[in-house]
Write a new protein. Structure first.
Lengths: 477, 477
C-alpha cells in the first residue's frame, strides 16, 4: 500500500546488521508502519495484521478447545485495584500511563500494564466455592507500559498489542501444577505451528513474582546470538490470592485461598518468526501463518496476455479448491518487480505461468525459503499443498538445527568466555544467586537467564561447587 | 459462573420496567458484570463475549469478503493529530480521557474517542495517487469517551468495546456514493443475521459532521417505544481530507483531495437484539449468534440415571454432526432449576430426555421464543437444524411485525401528540430546521430524528407548507 517507504534494496544485511534489517523489514513488508507519531506505538498494516490474526486464531482455538473461556476486562484500572498488591504496584508504578477526565484534578486510574489488577478483584467476587473451580479464562488485549528504554516494534512497545493472558485458579497446589504442565503443552503446539523452536528455562526463585512458586520462560534465539524472552508460565501459588482475597470454601466447608497460574504472550511470537526465518531479501513466512501461501505471477507479452491470464485464473481456482490461500498478481508491473515485492513479504511459493509453461501443461514454482525452482504439471497441482507442508516442516527443521548449532556447553569460565559470542551456552550452576550474578561479569549484557527443567549433576562454572542445575547463559534482549 | 448475583426471579417485567429489566438481564444472563469499579466500564463475561465475538465474526467475514482490509491503530492519539480538525476536536475535547506518563508535566495525548485523528494523518502519508484508491480499511477496537450523562452497558459506555469503524477514500464523489450504497447493503445483511429490523433515516445537513455531504443512521425500536441509534454511514465528502491533507494525483497528474466514507457500530447491535427479543424470563437469542443453540437436560431418577445420560450423550453427538452448537447440562441440579438458567440465557432450544422419551425413541424439544413443546423422533434429529432456522426466521418476522405495528403516521400535530406514546410516527416535513426544532415541543424527549430515504409529496405537520420529506418522530435514547 505505501509507495514512498524505503524499498527492499535498502534492506540491511540480516546477519551483520540485524537491528536495522529488522526495523526495515517490518516497514517494507508492511507488517507495521512506525511513522505513527507516538513513541513505542505503531500502526498494524493489513498484511501484518492478518498474519497476527492467523496466530491469534491458532491460540483462540487451542485455548477454547481446552475449555479456557475468553473474556474482556476494561483497559482502565482504578488505583485502588492496583494498590491491593503493593509489590506488583511498586514494579509497575513508574511505567504507568495515567488517565483522567478533563475536570478531574488528579489521575486516579491507569491503563493496564498487565491483567492482574483488572482481573483479580473480580475473581474475588466470582469465586466462592469448589464448584467455581477450576476457573480458567483468557483475554487478548493491549497492555500499556511507559517504557523509558529503547522501544522496538513487536518486541518492546509502549502499547503492547494483540497480547493474550491466561489466568486460572485452582483448589490445590497440585491442580495448579497440572495446569502449568498443560500450558507447556500449549507452548509446544505454538512453537510447532510457527516453526519456531524455543529455549525453555526455569527461573530461579528471586526472578519470579514475589510470593510465587515458580516460573517457566521461553526464549527465541535471535540472529545476533542474543536471546529474546518469548512467553512465560507463572505459578503464582497463593501469593496473589492472598493480596486480592480470592478465597473458596472446599467441600468440607473450610475456607482457603486459590492457587493460581498465569501465562502471557503476543506479538513477540511474530517478531521471533520474522527474526529467525527472514533473509537478506526480506521475510520468509511459514505457510501456516502466511496470508498468501502462493502468489501467481503471469509472464506475458502483449500478444499472449489474454491466454496467459486466463490460464492463471484457472490455476488459481484449482488451488483454491485445494484450500491454498492464493493470490493472482495482475498489477501492471514487470514480473521481476513483482517477484521482488512478494519475496520481501515472505510469500512461501511463487507460481510463474507463461506461454512456455502453458504449452508444456505445467507451472513453474519457486520456493521462498530455498529459492529453488521446479515445474509442476497442471494435472498434479495437488502437489502444491504438499509442497507447502514440506516448507513448513523444513523451516522448523532448519531453525532447530540452527538453534542446536548455536547451543554450546562450557565446563570452565574461560571456555564460556570463548564460546559466548553469538551462542547460547549451557553451564553447570550451583543454583546460588551469587554465581548467578557473577556470570554477568563475563561480558556486557551476558547473563545466566534460567536453568534447564531437567537437573543434571556437575560442577558450578563459577564457584566450582557440586551443582545440580544446568544454567543457560547468553546475551539477552 | 457467578453464584451470588441476583437471580432471574428478581427480573423486572420487561414491558413496564424496561430499564431495570435490561440492566438485570445483562447481569443474570452473564453478558457483562457491572461490578467493575469504573463508571461506564464493564467486564464482558465469557457467555456475553462469545455472543459478541459471533457478531464480530459475521462483520469480519462480510467486510473482508468485499476486500475491506483489517488494520489496527494505536489507542493513544497525540494532541497534534486531534487539532488538525478543530471542529472535530471542539466536539470531543471535553469528553476526552487524557493520558500521561508519571514524569510528564502536562498530558499531550488522549485515548481515541473516534478513529479519525488516529487514522487520517496516516492516510495522508499512504495515499499518493489513483493507484492507491479506493482505499478501504476497518478496525475493531475500543473507543473512550468521558461521558458525563448516565451510562448504560453496551449502549452508552465510557469504554466503548468491540467497536468497528470502516474508513474508505475515493477518487470522486460518485465513487464515494457508490461505496455508501454498498454499506447500506452490509447493514441489510447485518439486520437479517441478527433478526433485528431497523429504521433507516437520512440526517439533515445540520446534523452531519461539519463539511460532510450527508449521513444515514439506523435506529432500533426499543420496548419502551423509544428509538436507539444503532449505526451510521457518513459521507464525509472532502471535509476531512482537507483538514488532514489527504491528497492524490489523478491519472492526468492533477492533485485533488480524496472523498471519504466512514461507518461504525459495535455492541449496540447486541443491545438491540437483547432489548427487542427478550421477555420476562430473560434473553431470547437468535440461533445465528447463540453460543449454545440447543441445551440437553437429562431427566432422571437414581435408578435410570446412567441410561438417560448415555442417551443424552448419543443425541449430543448426533446434533454435533448436524453442526448444532449443543451443550449437555450434567450439573447436579433439579431439571427445573436448569430450565430456568438456560431460559435466562436465551438458549433457542431445550431438549429434555427422560426414560419415557427413550422408550418412545424421541426427545422433547422446547422453543425458547414460543415456549412450545414438541416431540422429535430420534431418527429425525435433523429436524432440529430446521427448527433453528425456523426460530431465526420467526424472530425476524415477529420483530418486523412489532416495528410495523408501532410505526404510525400522523397528518396533524394533534394526531402526532396522540400517537407518539410508545410509537414511532411518520409525518410530513418541509425540511426546515425551524420545523425540526419545533417538533421537540410536542413532549419531553420527542424529536424528529431523520427523514425517509424516499421522498414523498405532502404537507409539513408543523408549518403546513408543501413538503417532500417524510420525517420520523419518536422519543430517542
Amino acid at each position: 500500500m505505501p509507495e514512498d517507504i524505503e524499498k527492499a534494496n535498502e534492506l540491511s544485511a540480516k546477519k551483520s546488521e540485524f537491528s536495522n534489517w529488522y526495523s526495515q523489514a517490518l516497514q517494507v513488508a508492511e507488517i507495521i508502519d512506525k511513522r505513527y507519531n507516538v513513541k513505542g506505538m505503531n500502526v498494524w498494516m493489513p498484511y501484518g495484521y492478518s498474519i497476527m490474526m492467523a496466530i491469534k486464531k491458532f491460540w483462540d482455538d487451542l485455548f477454547q478447545k481446552d475449555g479456557i473461556k475468553e473474556m474482556y476486562f476494561p483497559l482502565i484500572v482504578p488505583l485502588e485495584y492496583c494498590e491491593q498488591n503493593e509489590s506488583w504496584w511498586e514494579g509497575f508504578k513508574n511505567e504507568a500511563f495515567w488517565v483522567k477526565g478533563l475536570e478531574e484534578k488528579k489521575a486516579t486510574h491507569i491503563l493496564r500494564p498487565t491483567g492482574e489488577p483488572a482481573m483479580y478483584p473480580m475473581f474475588s467476587i466470582w469465586i466462592r466455592s469448589s464448584n467455581n473451580l477450576p476457573f480458567r479464562i483468557y483475554e487478548t488485549v493491549s497492555s500499556f507500559r511507559y517504557e523509558t528504554s529503547h522501544t522496538r516494534p513487536l518486541i518492546r512497545d509502549r502499547e503492547i498489542t494483540v497480547w493474550h493472558e491466561i489466568h486460572t485458579a485452582h483448589e490445590s497446589k497440585e491442580d495448579a501444577e497440572d495446569e502449568a504442565k498443560k500450558h507447556e503443552g500449549f507452548y509446544d503446539e505454538i512453537w510447532e505451528f510457527l516453526a519456531l523452536p524455543s529455549i525453555k528455562v526455569r527461573k530461579p526463585q528471586w526472578e519470579v513474582f514475589p510470593g510465587a512458586v515458580g516460573a517457566i520462560e521461553y526464549y527465541s534465539l535471535m540472529p545476533t546470538g542474543r536471546v529474546m524472552e518469548n512467553g512465560s508460565i507463572n505459578n503464582l501459588g497463593q501469593a496473589y490470592a492472598k493480596k486480592f482475597n480470592i478465597k473458596f470454601k472446599n467441600e468440607k466447608g473450610k475456607e482457603d485461598f486459590v492457587w493460581q497460574i498465569c501465562t502471557g504472550n503476543g506479538a513477540r511470537l511474530l517478531a521471533g518468526v520474522i527474526a529467525v526465518h527472514g533473509d537478506d531479501r526480506g521475510l520468509v513466512l511459514p505457510p501456516n501463518i502466511a496470508p498468501i501461501q502462493a502468489v501467481i505471477v503471469p509472464i506475458y507479452s502483449k500478444k499472449d496476455m489474454d491466454k496467459v491470464i486466463k490460464e492463471c485464473e484457472n490455476v488459481k481456482k484449482e488451488l483454491e479448491k485445494e484450500c491454498v490461500r492464493v493470490h493472482l498478481d495482475l498489477r501492471k508491473e514487470f514480473p521481476g518487480s513483482k517477484f521482488y515485492d512478494w519475496e520481501i513479504k515472505g510469500v512461501p511459493l511463487r507460481i510463474e505461468i507463461g506461454s512456455r509453461d502453458i504449452s508444456q501443461k505445467q507451472v513453474t514454482v519457486v520456493r521462498r525459503d530455498t529459492l529453488s525452482k521446479e515445474a509442476i504439471l497442471n494435472n498434479e497441482l495437488k502437489k502444491i499443498r504438499t509442497l507447502l507442508d514440506q516448507i513448513q516442516n523444513d523451516l522448523l527443521k532448519k531453525a532447530q538445527e540452527n538453534l542446536d548449532k548455536h547451543t554450546k556447553t562450557a565446563a570452565m569460565k574461560t571456555e564460556l568466555e570463548k564460546k559466548i559470542k553469538g551462542n547460547l551456552v549451557k553451564v553447570g550452576w550451583c543454583g546460588s544467586g551469587d554465581c548467578w550474578d557473577n556470570i554477568k561479569e563475563i561480558a556486557e549484557g551476558v547473563e545466566l537467564f534460567g536453568a534447564d527443567l531437567k537437573q543434571k549433576k556437575g560442577t558450578c562454572i563459577i564457584c566450582g561447587k557440586v551443582s545440580n542445575e544446568v544454567g543457560y547463559v547468553a546475551r539477552t534482549y
